[in-house]
Unconditional design. Structure first.
Length: 327
């Protein structure tokens, strides 16, 4: 069965995530409609943390197998990588969804409490909710009160929501991403009003690193990264040396995986394991360049779902990049 509609795609995703059993029973049209609605909402939540290139590729996929493969790479490349962390990024994401719904929903009469039965909360889709899904909890929260009142530091409070009627806005500060965001309050809704010019770049980067606990901060700075392009029947991958672990012989070890799509359908796959010494040119350029043969003869719109893994690294040892090109 192919997943063509939004609800069908969401169903495939939910099965993949283990959110519902494959043969989940329904008790009538109303229950089925509600189930499909909830699954479609889950899909929209996940799309918030997709990079622009990931979203473009995902929207072009049509088969169940391609969707499952896409999602497997999606979560694997966001996990820390050490043993026991196989579902860390996925678990963290849904914790953020739950928190955003409890605290940021405009239709929740008692923020932070379990909502009334059958109440569908919308906190994840608010300005604060969408930022929270991508960036996680801020390091510093400052509540702005009315004229003449001092700002309140909420960093160590129980929650980052307010229970004060005279709050007119709040600023979220993120040390890891070096960004401050101001949400102005209009009625009972907080609207993102002020942010830095680098917000788009910051959000795109943050979407690839959902695990931002203090324990991993040092590893995040040195996590594997690369740039890539398709040129003259080759995938050209450039990896900074500062992000590479070397063995005793000063060699690097990589696993290269690339799913190749033409017009949204998978047509080929590349898997290569490389053991490479560093050259004087690599040391001078402070990066290593990998040239992976990939011959394409037919014209069309192509996407390369590329994953590079540093086989010697333990944490954050994978990075994913979607390359799009027209041939």
């Amino acid at each position: 069965m192919l997943c063509h509609s939004l609800a069908q795609k969401a169903f495939c995703i939910a099965v993949f995530f283990g959110l519902i059993p494959i043969a989940a029973p329904t008790s009538g049209l109303e229950t089925k409609d509600r189930q499909e609605s909830n699954l479609s909402e889950t899909l929209e939540q996940i799309k918030i943390i997709m990079t622009a290139d990931e979203l473009h590729l995902f929207n072009s996929l049509s088969s169940d197998e391609d969707i499952r493969r896409f999602l497997a790479n999606f979560w694997k490349t966001r996990n820390p990588g050490h043993a026991g962390s196989e579902s860390a990024a996925r678990d963290e994401f849904f914790k953020r969804v739950h928190y955003a719904n409890l605290w940021f929903s405009t239709n929740h009469p008692h923020p932070g409490r379990i909502p009334p039965k059958n109440r569908i909360l919308n906190g994840w889709n608010s300005d604060r909710g969408r930022i929270y899904l991508v960036l996680g909890p801020p390091d510093l929260i400052t509540k702005r009160l009315g004229p003449g009142a001092a700002d309140i530091d909420y960093t160590n409070r129980r929650s980052i929501t307010d229970r004060t009627d005279n709050v007119v806005g709040e600023t979220w500060s993120y040390n890891l991403f070096n960004i401050d965001l101001f949400f102005g309050k209009i009625g009972n809704v907080f609207i993102l009003k002020s942010y830095s010019n680098q917000i788009h770049e910051t959000l795109e980067k943050a979407k690839m690193q959902l695990i931002t606990d203090a324990y991993f901060r040092s590893e995040l700075k040195n996590r594997l990264s690369f740039t890539a392009k398709y040129k003259k029947n080759k995938l050209v991958i450039k990896i900074p040396l500062q992000n590479i672990i070397l063995d005793e012989a000063a060699k690097c070890h990589f696993e290269i995986m690339a799913d190749i799509y033409k017009n949204g359908a998978k047509i080929d796959k590349i898997i290569k394991t490389l053991e490479l010494p560093l050259s004087d040119i690599d040391l001078k350029k402070k990066s290593i360049t990998l040239n992976i043969p990939c011959i394409i003869k037919d014209k069309g719109n192509y996407s390369f779902d590329l994953v590079v893994k540093d086989l010697l690294a333990v944490k954050f040892n994978k990075h994913r990049l979607i390359i799009r090109t027209r041939i």
